[in-house]
Design a protein around this ligand. Structure first.
Ligand code: SAM
Ligand code: SF4
Length: 393
């Protein structure tokens, strides 16, 4: 159950911010000047929060069985949703004033939110933002990929659970595999890099895991398997652990453990370490395993395995059996302005009063720091995940 606004603002003097005046007025992006002082967010465990996932909408054109409840969804009222201008203003505070360096746009399905391209253009221009990416089901990607790339998203996570059209329709309730594959192909042509394929592994698609790996590496995409987080009854019988999946894949591939996914190098030998990751316009190959052994602090959820001793790797994200809470550096914001410090903690904090009817950035900053300082969270995800389609994964 949503439990918003659990901690009150301390009622500091109201700041006098300029009200957001529209997406088009955002300044062009530039690096944050060296040494510039930004407030850094920490949570109750002392971890530095540098990453936010923003869900633009709770609407989706798919109905994935593991994501949405079988009995249907209760949609958030339009009036509850933040406008894209309000979301952009929030992200601007998070990046420019609180040290957030990485933003992932998600949903629901982010590409169905009207105005998403202008929104991305505005976000990409925020000084200090080092990493902007999107998670999408790719159904509308073929027609939007070019504009998306030009707007400033160069890194994509694409959800793909099967390569079989009928199974795809069974999982998503939409006969859309061909369109999704077109979207992936278009994104490759345009030069998005990396493109990661997210596969939620279940009893239903375990037999396709090797085929998905082969599909991905043949196209220079990075396959990543995600453990099913339970959202309803059916999940109990569908769950496959990352360890079982690895044993299964080991019949076809030699899997050699590597570092977590932000300790990788690109083929140009440029080290990419999470927030320092850079994006280029080239159709650069998938990030590959470096020789790093994981000594550096890292925040990536995926554990990478080298495939057959070669350059390609496969990621395993195991929130259920190998929680990575100690590495977490992220918060999540839903489209209605509710902030979730942790997927394991069913507690939301409503940021909307600090954004609407006008942005009160000083109070927003104080509130965020307060609630993160008391957030318990980060226990293994034993409970059911509620509303993944709103939170955005
Ligand atoms: N609609 C977009 C998509 O599917 O890529 C973005 C939102 S979706 C909620 C983000 C990610 O969450 C997807 O990769 C999806 O597979 C994953 N996801 C949804 N429900 C899940 C669950 N119960 N367990 C694990 N992953 C889940
Ligand atoms: Fe599927 Fe993503 Fe839509 Fe959930 S939000 S139903 S995972 S496409």
């Amino acid at each position: 159950m949503t439990n918003s606004n659990q901690v009150n603002s301390s009622g500091l003097p109201t700041a006098i911010p300029e009200a957001p005046s529209g997406l088009g007025t955002m300044p062009r992006g530039e690096p944050r000047p060296a040494g510039e002082d930004v407030c850094i967010l920490h949570d109750a465990q002392g971890r530095r929060i540098t990453y936010v996932r923003v869900s633009l909408t709770d609407r989706c054109n798919f109905r994935c069985r593991y994501c949405m409840p079988t009995e249907g969804i209760h949609k958030l009222a339009h009036r509850e949703m933040l406008s894209l201008e309000e979301l952009a203003a929030l992200i601007r505070v998070l990046v420019a004033e609180l040290g957030i360096e990485k933003v992932r746009i998600t949903g629901g399905e982010p590409l169905i939110r009207r105005g998403v391209i202008d929104f991305i253009t505005a976000i990409a221009a925020i000084p200090g933002l080092r990493d902007l990416s999107m998670t999408t089901n790719a159904y509308y990607l073929a027609g939007m990929a070019e504009d998306l790339y030009a707007a400033g998203i160069h890194r994509l996570n694409i959800s793909l659970d099967t390569l079989q059209p009928e199974r795809f329709a069974h999982i998503t309730l939409v006969d859309g595999l061909a369109q999704v594959l077109q979207g992936i192909e278009r994104a490759r042509q345009i030069g998005f890099s990396p493109i990661k394929l997210n596969t939620v592994i279940t009893r239903e698609n375990l037999d396709e895991a090797a085929a998905i790996v082969r599909f991905a590496i043949a196209r220079n995409l990075q396959p990543r398997f995600i453990e099913l987080m339970p959202s309803h009854e059916e999940c109990a019988t569908q769950f496959v652990s990352a360890d079982e999946l690895r044993s299964h894949l080991a019949r076809e591939f030699h899997l050699e453990p590597g570092p977590r996914s932000n300790e990788v190098t690109t083929p140009s030998n440029e080290t990419t370490t999470g927030s320092n990751e850079t994006t280029t316009g080239s159709n650069e190959a998938t990030p590959r395993l470096s020789d790093a052994t994981g000594a550096a602090e890292c925040h990536a959820a995926a554990r990478l395995y080298r495939l057959d001793g070669g350059e390609h790797c496969c990621g395993f994200i195991a929130p259920m059996t190998h929680p990575f809470c100690h590495l977490c550096n992220r918060i999540r914001v839903r489209g209605d302005g509710h902030m979730l410090p942790c997927l394991s903690e069913d507690v939301y904090y409503d940021l909307k009063p600090y954004i609407r009817p006008e942005l009160r950035d000083r109070e927003l900053i104080t509130y965020l720091r307060e609630v993160l300082a008391v957030s318990k969270g980060h226990t293994p995800a034993a409970r059911r995940i509620q509303g993944m389609w709103r939170i955005g994964g």
